[in-house]
Design a binder for this molecule. Sequence first.
Ligand code: FAD
Ligand code: NAD
Length: 471
Amino acid sequence: MSESYDLVVIGGGPGGYVAAIRAAQLGLKTACVDKRGALGGTCLNVGCIPSKALLQSSHHYEVANHEFADHGIIAKDLSVDLKAMMGRKDKVVEDLTKGIEFLFKKNKVDYFVGEATVTGAGKVSVKPTKKGARKINLETKDIMIATGSDSTPLKGVEVDEKRIVTSTGALSLTKIPKTMVVIGAGVIGLEMGSVWRRLGTEVTVVEFLDHILPGMDGEVSKTMRRVFKKQGMELKLSTMVTGAKANTRGVTLDVESVKNKGQKDTLKADVVLVSIGRRPYSDALGLKKVGVELDERGFIKVDDHFQTNVPGIFAIGDVIGGAMLAHKAEEEGAACAEILAGEAGHVDYGTIPGVVYTWPEVASVGKTEEQLKEDGVDYAIGKFPFSANSRARAIADTEGFVKILADKNTDAILGAHIIGPAAGDLIQEVVTGMELGASAEDIARICHSHPSLSEAVKEAAMGVAGRAIHI
Ligand code: FAD
Ligand code: NAD
């Protein structure tokens, strides 16, 4: 069987499926190939969505256990039905992935289930995952690679997805472990560690660096370290894992101090989560044969227009590196499709927000204080704590702050960092402001509804000029 297209997208994750729909909207005859059997990629199937579903369920349990009494609600003998909790998560995932199949049909995107390889310029071969099905050859003007990423392995710690798991295994445990060691205090480790800690697991996080959430504003990282400790998570910083032995009863990990070489220890856990980053999925695509250049870490090299060094082959999303975030992949997918359709697609990499969905949430956009210092920028800070925000008091969620960094001379907003309730939604006001070239004063002079958490953003913006009212 042979089909001919304007664009074949390899990978149906948030980058690939958005690109395919946008290309079809713009009149390109488009196909999307994904081997998973369900659209939505890592994000919908084993990433953003299932993790947020479990974060929500476990948050409800924690609040019911520890905070209801403050509201005068007596909830006795609470327990977790893990099977039901996992079932809800699976249903959310299934409904959303089916939704993308519907969107493909609506936009006339052809969907092929199978493993794709690039066999030449304008040639994609699809090996269907269905047993016995014959290979399909697709002819196309352009190819867009959106194959995403996979968990980075750790030497000496072999993943079996039962005792030693990646995020995928951690999203589907069938029993609440008594103990868990999380390797890596990044976003996955802290989100998944929070889920299981809230459900009753004793969680220890082992991190190579001397701080958590690398890349985030230093004050945010320090504050969150205190918050996680207070919540009962043990954090072992400046510690590296050197090996692991797993048997039916659990895992024994060998660890060593990074600062005092030779200072060794062992840690025992029912389950170990390896979350030390993700690597691009660029193998097994036939890219070497067609001459597509990769960097030393396997990311596909592209120019400003997502074009690889081979004409007609483009790449977007996790597989090209940068922030490994679903919304970054989506923006790139849409921009690349627009460029291919002759329009002016563009991504503003300076205003991509990042959110950690723990509780409190952590959200950031733009520069950190450390980056501004390094760049020698003269900046002013406006900071407002949620403990002084009336809505946060009313809902009893007062941990955290809003911190806005602005240019001291022009007042342009350079960055914002929020720890607090709904920080992931609050950050969007600052993102919009930055995208439209707003100054801190612009946000400070916008009327915000009362009582609302968003007033903390306004007060922080006012604080840049030293004129916050409620502190
Ligand atoms: P992917 O989503 O990885 O999709 C690539 C697809 O390509 C996959 O379905 C794969 O099966 C398919 N594929 C690969 N090779 C082939 C081939 N040869 N032929 C056919 N198909 C192929 N990001 C956020 O922004 N917010 C979050 O809250 C968030 N939470 C996360 C939680 C977890 C546990 C994880 C692991 C990740 C999370 N991420 C989150 C990151 C997010 O999932 C990724 O950044 C995003 O999915 C990248 O999108 P993509 O389209 O580039 O690739
Ligand atoms: P990460 O890069 O966020 O964190 C990995 C951590 O592991 C780092 O702190 C690193 O110093 C540490 N580390 C590395 N090697 C180590 C070792 N040998 N021993 C101990 N610690 C070690 O990676 P992640 O948490 O695996 O997440 C992967 C990607 O997925 C991230 O890029 C993130 O953007 C994305 N993601 C995003 C969200 C979200 O947006 N809410 C959620 C989950 C994942």
